[in-house]
Write a protein that binds this ligand. Structure first.
Ligand SMILES: [Zn+2]
Length: 488
């Protein structure tokens, strides 16, 4: 990589392709991502965080740290002090505003790269085509920071409605929602090259493409519709690269292409919570909180919280989970490798042990490396939800959920290279700051990938179990960071 002069990148552009697996980065589907790879470093082993879901990952990108540090511990989780009567749906702008008000605007208490940029008088502009929650968490203090966040969901879904007004004035009305989200991707790409980059000229610009994730979920990973969505996102990215190359300082503009997590295909739907109730547990997985002893959220992974303090009930339900043939992993609180409940691994080990917000238990349903109906490896179970059987899902620790796209082009004339070094989404914020010439915040765990690592990578395997149940997770560790490689 380039030496110290690379810290003077005149600006940084980040493009996030939601849900993109690295094995779908191909000449047919993503020629423009490969165009960046030809002049940057592709971190092939890059990893998301656990749980591997969008708002947890978004917050990890923003804060350079796993959920144990940033505190957004699920796409949906119970945040009793702020929203006692419902499960907190982090995509919902109304609930987000309540939670932020409760926490004085610091629902994410630690600094984000947007906060660090703002303190240095630098600007971050975001073009977001995903949920209001994801648009929020990428720069949760956008208004206070004097920054600009556009969301495709309109003026009500952002702290900076003027961003949506700017876009409509320049490009016309927001497009109608469709599947795949072709018009939204094109609109977002145009907003970048016609307004954000040439007019706003922010120090850091970030675009978040809602594909391929959305169409993976509802049509399947290898479906023609998902391919069309991914190709359209790549085309919009290509227009951004064209714009960069046409600038007199194009060689000094750094570009990062990334995804937040991967996906696997759902091979079975498992009514785990019905089974728990039949086994005698007073458990609710409803969105409204009722009088049940246990509150649960589902998906490929989920959380379970005990209301009240009868620890023996937790021991009992954890033991029951470990007896279910469909359950692959069970985690509980604790600061060692094993959780406080025998046979479990600790949430801390997984980077999910946030002191104030971690649940009592988390589980992951089983998945394998078997091929799906399209020949893509990664097949798993999920609890009943809105994704059809055969559709894509994520949230667990299958390598194909965790492995993300991460390509860093520092713009200093480097040629394409591939790195097998540990890396992941927690490195994006520190890298953006490093390229802008700023030090990361003390709470940031990730490192600036445009500089060499200090240590050799170490592989760590942790296993535990109880009775017939056994579980294993493999990690790569380096420079104070721990990445989950996969588990079974
Ligand atoms: Zn996502």
């Amino acid at each position: 990589m380039a030496q110290d002069d690379r810290s003077t990148a005149t600006r940084v552009i980040v493009a996030v392709f939601d849900g993109l697996r690295p094995d779908l980065v191909t000449p047919e589907l993503t020629p423009n991502i490969l165009r960046l790879a030809a002049r940057g470093t592709w971190f092939r082993r890059a990893r998301s965080v656990f749980p591997s879901v969008t708002r947890v990952a978004t917050s990890a990108i923003a804060t350079g740290a796993p959920p144990g540090v940033h505190g957004i511990v699920g796409n949906a989780f119970y945040l009793a002090d702020a929203i006692p009567e419902r499960i907190f749906d982090t995509s919902d702008i109304g609930m987000l505003r309540r939670a932020e008000a409760h926490h004085g605007g610091r629902l994410i208490a630690v600094d984000t790269f947007g906060d660090v940029l703002a303190r240095a008088g630098k600007r971050l502009a975001v073009v977001h085509t995903g949920s209001a929650g994801s648009a929020h968490f990428i720069n949760p203090r956008a208004r206070a920071n004097g920054h600009w966040t556009f969301t495709m969901l309109g003026t009500e879904a952002t702290q900076t409605p003027e961003a949506v007004e700017d876009a409509i004035a320049k490009l016309g009305p927001l497009p109608e929602r469709q599947l795949p989200r072709l018009d939204e991707l094109a609109y977002g790409g145009r907003l970048m090259v016609e307004h954000v980059l040439p007019v706003l000229k922010p120090d850091v610009a970030l675009i978040w493409f809602n594909e391929p994730d959305t169409t993976f979920h509802y049509r399947g990973l290898g479906s023609p519709e998902a391919k069309a969505g991914l190709q359209q996102a790549d085309r919009a990215f290509g227009a951004i690269l064209d714009w960069v190359e046409a600038q007199p300082d194009g060689e000094r503009i750094a570009v990062i292409a990334a995804s937040d997590h991967g996906q696997i295909s759902t091979g079975s739907v498992e009514p785990l919570f019905d089974a728990a109730r039949r086994a005698g547990f007073d458990l609710s997985n409803a969105k409204a909180v009722d009088g049940a002893a246990f509150l649960a959220t589902g998906g490929i992974s989920g959380e379970i919280r005990l209301r009240g303090d009868d620890r023996s009930q937790l021991e009992r339900i954890a033991a029951w989970l470990m007896e279910q043939p469909t359950v692959g992993h069970v985690f509980s609180r604790g600061s060692g490798e094993e959780g406080d409940i025998a046979g479990t691994l600790s949430l801390d080990l997984m980077g999910a042990g946030h002191a104030g917000r971690q649940p009592d238990l988390m589980f992951i349903l089983k998945s394998s490396l078997e091929a799906d109906q399209y020949g893509l490896p990664g097949l798993g179970a999920m609890t009943p939800g809105d994704v059809p059987l055969g559709g894509g899902m994520h949230g667990g620790v299958n390598p194909h959920e965790l492995n993300t796209v991460l390509i860093v082009g520092t713009g200093t004339g480097e040629v394409g290279s591939v790195s097998q070094e540990p890396a992941g989404i927690i490195d994006i914020g520190p890298t953006v700051l490093g390229l802008t010439g700023l030090a990361k915040a003390p709470s940031m765990v990730g490192r600036d990938l445009s500089r060499p690592a200090r240590e050799e990578a170490r592989i760590r395997r942790v296993s535990t179990g109880r009775g017939a149940f056994s579980q294993q997770v493999e990690f790569a560790e380096q420079d104070g960071r721990r990445f989950i490689l996969g588990g079974h």
